[in-house]
Design a protein around this ligand. Structure first.
Ligand SMILES: C[C@](O)(CO)[C@H](O)COP(=O)(O)OP(=O)(O)OC[C@H]1O[C@@H](n2ccc(N)nc2=O)[C@H](O)[C@@H]1O
Ligand SMILES: Nc1ncnc2c1ncn2[C@@H]1O[C@H](COP(=O)(O)OP(=O)(O)OP(=O)(O)O)[C@@H](O)[C@H]1O
Length: 297
């Protein structure tokens, strides 16, 4: 199985609900950075990790705190099955980066274990289980480009013809998603109950106009991320002065993404940003498929 990272092209955040979650209007796009996951028959349960060289393996828990472990528990309980299998995660999505890497693994695990256990879970039930695992997990199943509402777990595909090019700049240290939301609450105690809508962004996507999209990119968590990590604002200013159409923090950060006109343009912006503070710079595109089976030959 292969599952993609996401970026949020629009992230409108409202005042916290009684359950503590924030109502969102978000536009997700799945981009071509992937975690791979395989699940094999076993009479025990085990998770192993193989991480890209820019990922610190100790950042990913391998015990019950791994979201794959939780996904397996939930799916097994749903069907009254025993949780058995050998799971191998090959991680390339930066950890705690705002790219929903854990959510990608959870989505991949649900689909891989459903096949391994011949459980034949319906799509509707898979989406329901995904939502219990995390707000970003249903989108990792769906992929493409989608409007997310509720706390982000209600997803529906939107029109996004063509391909967009992105430079993705992860950070050596992550940001905690709950901490960024808490800081948003401190900065914006009067946030509206209804999150800002995504209409302008959706129109830019449908028109496939890069300048319109650049102007429409929006992230209500960006101010909180900048406050916690002032270096991110400097990085975005640098990327834009190096010619990116627009730079933005994705999700709760700290990963920054830069919209570019073409693969060549993206490679040139990536080259200009390369420095000792940013040893990892990735060029990718979207939209791409959600969690899907890859047959290895
Ligand atoms: C920042 C985003 O990545 C944007 O897509 C998501 O909103 C985060 O989604 P996620 O990591 O799947 O988040 P969850 O695992 O559902 O929630 C983790 C924590 O983030 C905060 N959280 C998350 C989603 C949301 N709509 N409001 C929140 O306040 C809550 O403190 C929650 O306890
Ligand atoms: N399979 C996993 N991969 C990565 N992190 C995991 C995994 N399982 C549990 N975690 C824990 O979850 C935390 C958040 O990781 P993740 O990479 O999903 O963050 P994120 O990309 O910021 O998520 P989001 O964008 O959905 O808020 C990590 O710090 C780690 O402790």
């Amino acid at each position: 199985m292969r599952a993609p990272a996401k970026i949020n092209l629009h992230l409108g955040v409202g005042a916290p609900r009684p359950d503590g979650f924030h109502p969102l209007t978000t536009v997700y796009q799945a981009v071509g950075l992937y975690d791979d996951l395989t699940a094999a028959d076993s009479d025990t349960w085990r998770i192993e990790l193989d991480a890209a060289d820019y990922i610190e393996p100790t950042d990913v828990p391998l015990d019950g705190d791994n979201i794959v472990d939780r996904a397996a528990d939930l799916l097994a309980a749903h069907h009254g099955l025993a949780r058995l299998g050998d799971v191998q995660i090959t991680k390339a999505i930066p950890v705690a980066g705002g790219l929903a890497g854990g959510s990608a693994d959870a989505a991949a695990a649900l689909v891989a274990l459903d096949r391994l256990w011949a459980a034949q879970t319906t799509d509707e039930d898979l989406l329901g289980l995904a939502a219990q695992l995390g707000s970003d997990v249903p989108f990792a199943l769906l992929g493409g480009t989608a409007l997310g509402t509720g706390r982000g777990e209600l997803v529906e595909p939107v029109a996004d013809p063509g391909t967009w090019w992105w430079v993705v700049v992860p950070s050596a240290t992550g940001l905690s998603t709950p901490e960024v939301y808490r800081h948003f609450d401190r900065l914006f105690p009067d946030a509206p109950a209804d999150p800002p809508p995504a209409d302008v962004l959706l129109a830019a996507l449908a028109a496939h106009d890069p300048l319109l999209l650049a102007a429409a990119l929006h992230n209500d968590l960006q101010a909180a991320a900048f406050d916690l990590r002032p270096d991110l604002e400097t990085l975005i200013e640098r990327g834009e002065s190096e010619g990116a159409l627009r730079g933005m923090v994705t999700g709760s950060g700290p990963t920054c993404v830069f919209l570019c006109e073409s693969p060549d343009h993206a490679r040139s912006v990536a080259g200009a940003l390369d420095d000792p503070d940013h040893p990892v710079i990735l060029v990718t595109n979207g939209p791409v498929a959600g969690a899907h089976v890859v047959e290895y030959v």
